[in-house]
Design a protein around this ligand. Structure first.
Ligand SMILES: Nc1ncnc2c1ncn2[C@@H]1O[C@H](COP(=O)(O)OP(=O)(O)OP(=O)(O)O)[C@@H](O)[C@H]1O
Length: 314
C-alpha cells in the first residue's frame, strides 16, 4: 500500500491468547491528524489492540496496516515512525529525568548532538526543564507521565499511541497532560489513545470507537454518538429509602411515560429526556420526592450504558 492518509487501518482485526479471543474482529480507520480514541471498560480489548498497532504483539487474524505498512514484516520501520506511551510508566528510576530521554534517544540511533537538542526541547514542552537533573523517583505521578510522553516523542513520531494516558493522575495533573496532548494535535501529530474515562474521550477525541468484550459497539464523534444513542438531558434521581416501601423499579414504572427511556441503577434512576427540569417537575407532581436530583446533559457514559447495559466503571 502506498503512503496514504490512513495512519492505521484495521480490517477484521483479531487477537487471541490461546483459546481466549480478546479482540474479536474490529474495523478501524484512523486518519492523519485526528485524535482517535478507544473507549471501553477494563478488559474490553483496548490494550491488546494498541499493542498490535504498536507492532509489538503479533496479529492473530484480519489485516492491520500502520502508515501503510504491515507490522508482520515492517516492525522496525513502523516503530521508527510511531511513539508509544504505555499504560505503566516504564522509566528508569535510577537515571535523571534528562538521562531517561537521552538514553532513549540514543537507543533510536540518533546522533548525540541531535538528541541533546531534542531532549531540551522536549523537557520544555512537558514543562520539566527545572527537573532535568532530578532522579525520576523524586517526581510526582503527573511529572512521570509527562516524562513518559516526552520520551515517546523523541523520534518525532507521526502517530502517538497513548494507553490510558491519565489513569491514576489527580484532576489537575490530568488537565496538564490533556493540554500537552492538545498541543501535539495542533502540531499535526495523530493521536491514538485508549481510555475508560468518558470525559477524557469527550475532551480529546475527534472520533472514537466504543469497545466492549473485544468488539466495537459504536463509532463516531463524541457529539454524534451522544445524539444518536441518548437524549439531550438526563434527570438523575436518588430515592434514599424508597417511599412507601417502593423499589426503584416500582418508581420507574410510575414515571415511565415521562421519559424517552429510564435506566434503573442500584443507587439511582436515570430519566432520559429532552428537558430535565420539566421532567423533574412532573415527577414531583406525582407525589414522588427524590432525596437528591441532578439535571445534566447526556455523556458518553450514557451511550455506553445504552449500548451495553453497564456503566463504564462496573
Ligand atoms: N497476555 C495475555 N494473556 C492472556 N490473556 C490476556 C493477555 N493480555 C490480555 N488478556 C486478556 O484479554 C482481555 C482484554 O485485555 P486488554 O488488556 O486488552 O483490555 P483493556 O480494554 O485494555 O483493559 P485494561 O484497561 O484493563 O487494560 C482481558 O480479558 C485480559 O485478561
Amino acid at each position: 500500500m502506498a503512503e496514504t492518509d490512513s495512519m492505521i487501518l484495521a480490517q477484521g482485526l483479531r487477537k487471541s491468547f490461546g483459546e481466549f479471543e480478546a479482540v474479536k474482529g474490529i474495523d478501524v480507520d484512523v486518519r492523519r491528524g485526528e485524535a482517535f480514541g478507544f473507549l471501553g471498560p477494563n478488559g474490553a480489548g483496548k490494550s491488546s489492540t494498541m499493542r498490535m498497532v504498536a507492532a509489538v504483539s503479533p496479529v492473530s487474524g484480519g489485516t492491520l496496516r500502520i502508515l501503510g505498512m504491515d507490522p508482520a514484516t515492517d516492525g522496525p520501520q513502523i516503530r521508527a515512525r510511531i511513539g508509544v506511551c504505555p499504560q505503566e510508566d516504564t522509566l528508569d528510576l535510577e537515571l535523571t529525568v534528562r538521562d531517561n530521554l537521552f538514553v532513549y534517544g540514543r537507543y533510536f540511533g540518533l546522533p548525540r548532538k541531535e538528541v541533546r537538542e531534542r531532549v531540551d526541547e522536549l523537557l520544555e514542552f512537558v514543562q520539566l526543564t527545572e527537573k532535568a537533573g532530578s532522579m525520576v523517583e523524586d517526581l510526582s505521578g503527573g511529572m512521570k507521565r509527562r516524562l513518559t510522553i516526552a520520551r515517546s516523542l523523541i523520534n518525532r513520531p507521526e502517530v502517538l499511541l497513548l494507553d490510558e494516558p491519565t489513569t491514576g493522575l489527580d484532576p489537575q495533573a490530568r488537565h496538564v497532560v490533556w493540554d500537552r496532548l492538545f498541543r501535539l494535535k495542533q502540531q499535526g501529530v495523530t493521536l491514538v489513545l485508549t481510555t475508560h474515562y468518558m470525559d477524557e474521550a469527550e475532551q480529546l477525541c475527534d472520533r472514537l470507537v466504543v469497545m466492549d468484550n473485544g468488539r466495537i459497539v459504536a463509532e463516531g464523534s463524541p457529539l454524534t454518538l451522544i445524539a444518536e444513542h441518548s437524549t439531550r438531558e438526563v434527570a438523575e434521581l436518588r430515592f434514599g429509602v424508597a417511599p412507601e416501601g417502593q423499589s426503584h423499579e416500582a418508581i420507574a414504572a410510575k414515571v415511565e411515560d415521562l421519559a424517552d427511556r429510564i435506566e434503573v441503577l442500584p443507587d439511582r434512576l436515570l430519566l432520559y429526556t429532552s428537558d430535565g427540569e420539566e421532567t423533574l417537575a412532573k415527577v414531583h407532581e406525582r407525589g414522588l420526592e427524590p432525596v437528591a436530583s441532578l439535571i445534566r446533559r447526556s455523556t458518553l457514559e450514557d451511550v455506553f450504558l445504552r449500548l451495553t447495559g453497564r456503566t463504564l466503571v462496573d
